[in-house]
Design a protein around this ligand. Structure first.
Ligand code: PLP
Length: 419
């Protein structure tokens, strides 16, 4: 296997990722005198100068409220805001910008669908299929809805390597199923789910689908039409953009049948005390003043991702994952949780005799930032009979040296706990 230093700089047809890394200022900070190795990208990603500067420029010279002001500044801000809707539509290969709703995050996207579409179309005895790999954000809104309506939640099981049991999915899908809601990529163990196959089967059975794309959109080419889902949610802060912003993609026909979720300013046709009517999607779902600057920041993040290229990002992250998997799995005390054949660049592991939080603390003392806990996926942890794991999650801006530092840190933790 090539050394880390040989693997970082890939020139010629490919991209020099060390130059791309230079555009992320936080990555050059130090922790207790050691260079930061930021390996918590599944929780949130860092921002490049292009995003930081664009938001700052917008706030210093172009900021105004959108869709209300009749003056020049507001018109330009509205134009910029709506241009980003178009950019997101292209990024997700949606049919039109009207299928793109701005939310406050992936969590809000799922809650919106559950509280509006779900409350209208799901009734007593209806079934909702989830998978055993869901983030709590794609469990709890459905659980609340099921409790309110008397609906039933069914769960696609997961095998020992962390892949969904598709035969069992076929058995679960029935004429009682009203919705299938699955994650594209598991945030806790990295499995990439066969969402296209799941949505095709659901669609053939006349069932609506929601895909949680929070962990997929920053790392691979997304084509919502090819996936064939009705809804797709994501978070801007996991794709090098700002926090407090997300996107809900909704197939036009499905969004049009969906009643409003939050109500208030800027989503109405006519309001009287007796009765009100609402505008069409996407604005029907954007009550109140939106996160204007954040939307502009998301536009810059998408331009940035496009300039690097999603295929290149996917290839580089696969190399980082393969290198990390090879080195980490050689450590005898480590058990990697989740070894699916299709995986995003996430390594979740436990270390014999050590609590995941203690492992994370030891890694932190070496300047390495990883996450420890249940990763808001307690059912997944239960499936693998662990309460928590330590999770290293990579981005294209990570280096192969950082992978080696992680491995050295885990070895140190092993020695410490053995000692
Ligand atoms: N879905 C998945 C798979 C996630 O990983 C996360 C966040 O970690 C979410 C949903 C929730 O995203 P947010 O907290 O940005 O709303």
């Amino acid at each position: 296997m090539a050394k880390a230093s040989e693997m970082n700089t890939i020139t010629g047809k490919d991209v020099d990722f060390s130059r791309i890394r230079n555009q992320f200022p936080v990555l050059f900070s130090s922790v207790r005198g050691l260079p930061l190795a930021y390996l918590d990208n599944a929780a949130t990603t860092q921002k490049p100068w292009a995003v930081i500067n664009r938001m700052s420029e917008f706030d210093s010279a172009e900021y105004a409220t959108v869709r209300r002001g009749a003056y020049r500044l507001a018109e330009q801000a509205t134009q910029g805001f709506e241009d980003v809707r178009g950019k997101v539509a292209l990024f997700l290969k949606a049919n039109s910008p009207e299928e793109i709703v701005f939310t406050s995050g992936a969590t809000m996207g799922v809650n919106l669908v559950a509280a509006s579409w779900g409350r209208k179309f799901i009734g007593e005895g209806d079934e909702i299929i989830l998978s055993h790999l869901e983030h709590h954000a794609n469990i709890l809104p459905w659980q609340m809805l099921a409790q309110e309506k008397g609906a039933v939640i069914k769960v696609i099981p997961v095998n020992d390597i962390g892949e969904l049991d598709m035969e069992e999915f076929d058995r679960l899908l029935s004429n009682r199923t009203k919705l299938v809601a699955v994650t594209h990529v598991s945030n806790s163990i990295g499995t990439i789910n066969p969402v296209q196959a799941i949505c095709a089967k659901a669609r053939a059975a006349g069932v609506v689908t929601l895909v949680d794309g929070a962990q997929a959109a920053p790392h691979m080419n997304i084509d919502v039409r090819k996936i064939g889902c009705d809804f797709y949610v994501l978070s801007a802060h996991k794709m090098y953009g700002p926090s407090g912003l997300g996107v809900l993609y909704g197939r036009k026909e499905t969004l049009e049948r969906t009643p409003p979720f939050l109500t208030g300013g800027d989503m109405i046709e006519r309001v009287t005390f007796e009765k009100s009517t609402f505008v069409k999607p996407p604005h029907r779902f954007e009550a109140g003043t939106p996160a204007v600057t954040q939307v502009i920041g998301l536009g810059a993040a998408i331009d940035f991702l496009n300039s690097v290229g999603m295929e290149r990002i996917e290839r580089q992250e696969k190399k980082l994952l393969d290198y990390a998997t090879e080195l980490v799995s050689r450590i005898e005390t480590v058990s990697i949780i989740g070894n699916a054949r299709h995986k995003a660049a996430i390594i979740s592991f436990t270390l014999a005799d050590a609590h995941p939080h203690d492992v994370a603390t030891i890694l932190d003392s070496e300047g390495i930032a990883v996450r420890a806990g249940h990763h808001c996926a307690q059912p997944t942890m239960d499936r693998f009979c662990v309460a928590a794991t330590t999770r290293a999650s990579f981005s294209f801006y990570n280096t192969f040296e950082e992978v080696e530092r992680l491995v050295e840190g885990i070895k140190q933790a092993t020695d410490l706990f053995r000692g």
